[in-house]
Design a protein around this ligand. Sequence first.
Ligand code: FMN
Length: 228
Amino acid sequence: MDANALDTLVRERRSIRGYKKEAVPKELIAEIINVAKGAPSSMNTQPWFFHVVTGEPLERIREGNTAKMLSGANVDREIKMNHGYEGAYRQRQVDIAKQLFAVMGIAREDTEKRQDWVMRGFRQFDAPVCVIITYDRVLADSDDTAFDCGAVTTALVNAAWSRGLGAVINSQGIMQSPVVREHAGIADDQVIMKAVALGWPDENFPANAVVSERKSVEEAATFLGFDD
Ligand SMILES: Cc1cc2nc3c(=O)[nH]c(=O)nc-3n(C[C@H](O)[C@H](O)[C@H](O)COP(=O)(O)O)c2cc1C
């Protein structure tokens, strides 16, 4: 196992929010899922499912999401959500938004451009592919299920990145989950967890160059019982 290769992948991967129009072969996405499904899960339950959407159905999802959000409809998602970050969490949210807006040339007071940026997320960043992550409803009461979905989704975006594909895990794509359910044909026994936009990165899209900050090891961890 080459530790350097994994370190480089984890360090260099970043969210991609601008894509080339080029299609992504179905076989390549299947290959990525084949790698991702090696992620660990509680009792090896593998509660996740991937709905890979492109072409017409994805266009209908983009249109449906856009129409709903522009109409001022309330967020309608199936998983619990945070209703306003505070303190350090709010600060990190503000910091990444500032980084993205700076490179995209979006001024603080430019409400139109800010709105365009937000709508871009509801369109899945105009990516050629969107993967909707769901889990089996019978496992809905366990927090392990969310943990397992996170693990497999991280593996998915890493496997994509190592093949030159970009992705952004996003909640914006599932803010109107009934729209997604209808156009992606998702059965009622599945709970819609998250969206992942996927495609070939557009290297001329400024936001794709943004490297987000991370807290230090000292802030993230405590070590107990060591000799030194
Ligand atoms: C659960 C989750 C939800 C996210 N939702 C969104 C989203 O709705 N829109 C967006 O632009 N990015 C979204 N992101 C991407 C994060 O903003 C991004 O991962 C974070 O800023 C770190 O940047 P990096 O992925 O480039 O390392 C989400 C990421 C996760 C893990």
